[in-house]
Design a protein around this ligand. Sequence first.
Ligand code: EPS
Length: 391
Amino acid sequence: MFTYLTAGESHGPALVGILDGIPAHLRLDIAAIDETLARRQGGYGRGARMKIEHDQVEFLAGVRGGETLGSPIAAVVRNRDYLTPKVRALMDPISGGGDPLTNPRPGHADYAGALKYRQRDLRNVLERASARETAMRVCLGAICAQFLEALGIVTRSCVVRIGGVEAACLDDWNQADVEASDVRCPDREAAMRMIEGIDEAKSAGDTLGGQFLIRIDGLPVGVGSNRQPAQRLDGVLAGALMGMQTVRAVEIGLGIEVGATPGSQAHDAFALDGDSVVRRSNRAGGIEGGMSNGEPIVVRVSVKPIPTLMKALPSVNLHEKTDAPATIVRSDVCVVPAAAIVAEAMVRLALTGPVLEKYGGDSLEETLDNLARSTQASAALFSRNLGTNVK
Ligand code: EPS
């Protein structure tokens, strides 16, 4: 069984992750993992913390000589901010403490978490709720990326909306244009307006959300299952993406529009191109019956504006029972570009289990053999050359 776990507080000593189930003999490109961590730190609208951190992976287990062993992989990303005496005094696991934070931020975990965990200091909730933890998800997801890419499965993302600015509609894009853009948007004109919007929000003490697309190419037919609800690939991907701090909606293919579309225009007709079965549209977004159908998987994700506003929203002081503005902590204005990188990681983490369930393998070679055999068998299933004894 493939599984992962993360631990770590935003201002604690480090973020820790365990990834179990990656086959042996995957040669890891460590520089590529660090580069993915750097991509998560980027994006126009990030705050001062990202100038302090230089996220880098350190392996503690499961890797030897640059290759996975097939044993659980343990990884650490240290928080540089913790080295500041003030932060350390707050967060030291043994001696840490300080004045409690008392005014919950609307939209954050502060209030619900305080009551749930019986915490009178909101810091005891927000430290884990913070999206800082996504650095470890990105680290583990970058390992999955290398496994999936060895199988020809590639996940990419691009930003299509920040606040009121929407990019030209697309379901494919040039990834180099995305990587060159400060807001990870390939539509240059829209990207300029997005940056202006972020500047305006910053001066107003406000924050901005948005939307991005995720595209998965190369996923063979039949990953995921119609057997049980929890195995459906659309549910698995949506669950993983909704597991991100900022995500409020996930759409696959036509998404919410499908409810307003007649059946004649909502599905993807089959056609023949020579001997091959093809589709001329991808309204299903690459998933039918909870299984990949061989088309690219296209997902649209909507994220909320982050709830830490420099012009604080009305709140209350829970200790004194007085009206008071929400607590202000150092934060970002817009995390949509960074969230797209986290979403790539979440998708890779979510796909690795179902891919391994279908193809199995304790070593990468075994997984690749199984994939090749399965691909051959699929190609032969409806081959005309199979003769008349095939029913
Ligand atoms: C961070 C995400 C945001 C940042 C955080 C680092 O966290 P949150 O979800 O709590 O708003 O603001 O940085 C800080 C907490 C800080 O002290 O600056 C991230 O993605 O790394």
